[in-house]
Design a binder for this molecule. Structure first.
Ligand SMILES: *Cc1c(COP(=O)(O)O)cnc(C)c1O
Length: 383
């Protein structure tokens, strides 16, 4: 990209209905939001349990600011690792049933840091085609040979594993796919990892808080194993921000020594850790949140079953409606907005070409009536 080319490149994106902008939110992230000055019922956030504006978490964070201040100061390796973050790491490790855990500033940073710590030049990474972009970026940055296998296709993966001469191997998958809501066959993937002597790296951004009674995919599938490296984000169902990696004490010690997105970054705000500790408690105590989301999922799926809308095989709060073309998808999203409903249109390159979709995201913050309203408007729009 040369400086004089940006203008026409932006115009090109606009012509293809791919120009993106950030809708301006004036208030907290909740199902009822004001965006660009208008009120909407939104199905856009990954705040699946409705914790992003929970009073107990707000209070925990406010109190922690009084105790710990706001800034991290420097890398935790240089200026110190906050005790409250240590407590959060211990609680997270226990919550998911691992020996140890390590906080990162974001899921994106965790994926880059962990993958590049475990594999490098001469090694090989194997990634599902529908993996999140941050996993792909971690794989590319690692300089390992990067092989992508067809979505959830174990035979394709096995063939690639069989053919690799690399000594260190890593299989990276989303536990729950972020744009489809379906799940990876984790038990079978672990068997392949064992057979072909590979790490299995699980990105549970969309399973943590929901699967395994809230403890995530590792617990749901009882996958605790020295080959498994677990990552979950804390900005989605946990409602806060950041991410953590969990595994053996040795693995965590290795990451502290080698994960560049941990070493060369400023420690994140300590008050965030206090908020995470409070979110974990709520995830444990307020089971009704998961149950309510499940009811919302059934209501929406039942309601759309007999229509021409194509749903994915998802039991997660991610319920995409595949439309196909970019333009049609944008038109449908605009028609919903006219009726006060905000559902994001997801287009390539986030999803494969020709599979543009409305990504409906359900939350315990929604009421039964909210979901019924979405359903009624969708049904009206296809008639
Ligand atoms: C959101 C997401 C990430 C990135 O996490 P952040 O904390 O938002 O940086 C990583 N992986 C998947 C699958 C995600 O959906």
């Amino acid at each position: 990209m040369r400086p004089d080319e940006i203008e026409s490149a932006l115009q090109g994106l606009a012509d293809e209905h791919r120009l993106r902008r950030r809708p301006l939110l004036s208030g907290p992230q909740e199902p009822r939001v004001k965006i660009d000055g208008r009120d909407y019922l939104a199905f856009a956030s990954n705040d699946y349990l409705g914790l992003a504006n929970h009073p107990a978490i707000r209070q925990a964070m406010q109190q922690a600011i009084d105790e710990w201040g706001v800034g991290g100061g420097a890398s935790a390796l240089v200026a110190g690792h906050f005790d409250i973050q240590q407590q959060a790491e211990a609680a997270l490790a226990e919550f998911v049933g691992c020996e140890a855990a390590l906080l990162f500033g974001a899921g994106y940073a965790a994926n880059l840091g962990v993958i590049t710590s475990l594999v490098g030049r001469g090694d090989a990474v194997f990634a599902d085609r529908l993996n999140h972009a941050s996993l792909n970026d971690g794989c590319l940055l690692s300089r390992a040979t990067f092989k992508r296998f067809r979505h959830n296709d174990l035979e394709h993966l096995e063939q690639l594993l069989r053919d690799t001469p690399a000594r260190s191997r890593l299989i990276a998958v989303d536990a729950v796919y972020s744009m489809d809501g379906d799940e990876a066959p984790l038990r079978e993937l672990l068997q392949l990892a064992e057979r072909y002597d590979a790490w299995l790296y699980l990105d549970d951004a969309h399973g943590f808080g929901l699967l395994g009674e809230g403890r995530g995919a590792l617990v749901e599938y009882a996958l605790h194993h020295p080959r498994v490296v677990y990552m979950a984000t804390l900005g989605k169902a946990a409602g806060v921000a950041g991410a953590f990696v969990a595994g053996s004490r040795q693995l965590i010690a290795w990451l502290v020594n080698t994960a560049r997105t941990l070493i060369f970054t400023t420690a994140h705000p300590p008050a965030q850790a206090a908020a995470v500790l409070q979110a974990l408690q709520l995830m444990e105590q307020e089971k009704w949140r998961r149950e309510l989301v499940k009811r919302h999922i059934s209501l929406l799926r039942e309601g759309l079953r007999a229509t021409s809308f194509a749903l994915c095989s998802s039991r997660s709060p991610i319920q995409p409606i595949i439309i196909g073309g970019n333009k049609e998808t944008l038109q449908l999203a605009a028609a919903l907005r006219e009726r006060g409903i905000w559902v994001p249109a997801i287009r390539p390159p986030t999803v494969p070409a020709g599979s543009a979709r409305l990504r409906v995201s359900l939350s315990a913050g929604h009421t039964h009536d909210d979901v019924a309203e979405l359903l009624a408007v969708l049904l009206m729009l296809i008639c």
